[in-house]
Design a protein around this ligand. Structure first.
Ligand code: SF4
Length: 280
């Protein structure tokens, strides 16, 4: 297979542009976490991408020279067509699929089991080894649902990563018991992501997390039903309104339009402090 050609492929190869493209599949969620960037809840406006749009993004991202995909929400697994669309997307690029890990029972578990593929990782949120602390931010019974789901997925051959969002220092020893729990499932330490609460969305309303400006947020292209944004922390919602400070363009396809808009925005932008803030 020949390597992708053009300015986007060149920028990804030389590290100017991150290789991952993010997609917000939807904004509604079965949970309503206290620090949610998108104010997601069961009542949120859905703002869904279609399966056809998501597959087109995957195909065009590969053609342009991007190297990976990320899917987030809202809770992607609320979309009944998601597993089949993801299996088509991974024909083009490897992907990570962020989710809250609470929906893997019955038929939904067996449909998720189809995602046992070397190019697909499910990234599941878990914030503490203490059920009460975890559930304070994420909702009742969240801890027990996640610790039941992770082994079920692993037994079925699905790759699992764990994401921990914390208000404390990223290297705090207080996280050691959680790291031990994750390791006990056989999830490698590199696949346990620890990141700060970013002060956008519901976290901003509640005064939680680290302040971050554009250059602190990894400059990954992020596609939503409302347009294309700078970074996966770009399309946040505050007081019911979409933040547009990091909006690049309302056009999402063809993908070359937002990709070139992002490349133009990056030009001359000084390096930020994202590595120091640990935002990822
Ligand atoms: S943080 Fe994730 S799981 Fe929690 S409400 Fe927001 S989208 Fe749902």
């Amino acid at each position: 297979m020949t390597a992708a050609q053009g300015p986007i492929a060149d920028a990804v190869r030389d590290g100017t542009l991150p290789g991952r493209v993010w997609l917000y599949s939807n904004y509604h969620c079965n949970l309503a976490c206290s620090y949610c960037l998108t104010e997601s809840s069961p009542r949120s406006e859905r703002r869904e991408l279609t399966a056809a749009q998501m597959i087109a993004v995957a195909e065009q991202a590969k053609e342009l020279g991007f190297t990976a995909l990320g899917i987030t929400g809202g809770e992607p697994f609320l979309l009944p067509w998601l597993p089949e669309a993801v299996l088509e997307m991974v024909q083009h690029l490897p992907l990570v699929l962020l989710n809250n890990g609470t929906l893997f029972v019955g038929e939904r578990l067996e449909r998720a089991a189809k995602l046992a593929h070397p190019g697909i990782a499910l990234q599941i949120s878990l914030d503490s080894h203490l059920p009460d602390i975890n559930d304070m931010a994420r909702g009742p019974d969240n801890f027990s649902k996640v610790v039941e789901s992770v082994p079920r997925l692993l037994e079925r051959g699905v790759q699992v990563r764990i994401a921990t969002t914390t208000a404390g220092p990223l290297d705090s020893p207080a996280l050691d018991p959680l790291k031990a729990l994750v390791a006990s499932w056989g999830v490698p330490a590199d696949d346990h992501i620890v990141r700060p609460i970013v002060r956008r969305g519901r976290a901003d309303e509640r005064g939680l997390g680290v302040q971050a400006i554009a250059r602190d947020i990894p400059s990954e292209l992020c596609i939503t039903a409302d347009g294309a944004f700078w970074g996966s922390f770009g399309p946040t919602v505050r007081n019911g309104r979409l933040d547009t400070d990091l909006l690049l363009t309302r056009t999402i396809l063809p993908l070359a339009v937002p990709a070139n808009a992002l490349l133009a925005a990056i030009g001359g932008m000084p390096q930020g402090a994202d590595a120091a803030l640990g935002i990822r």
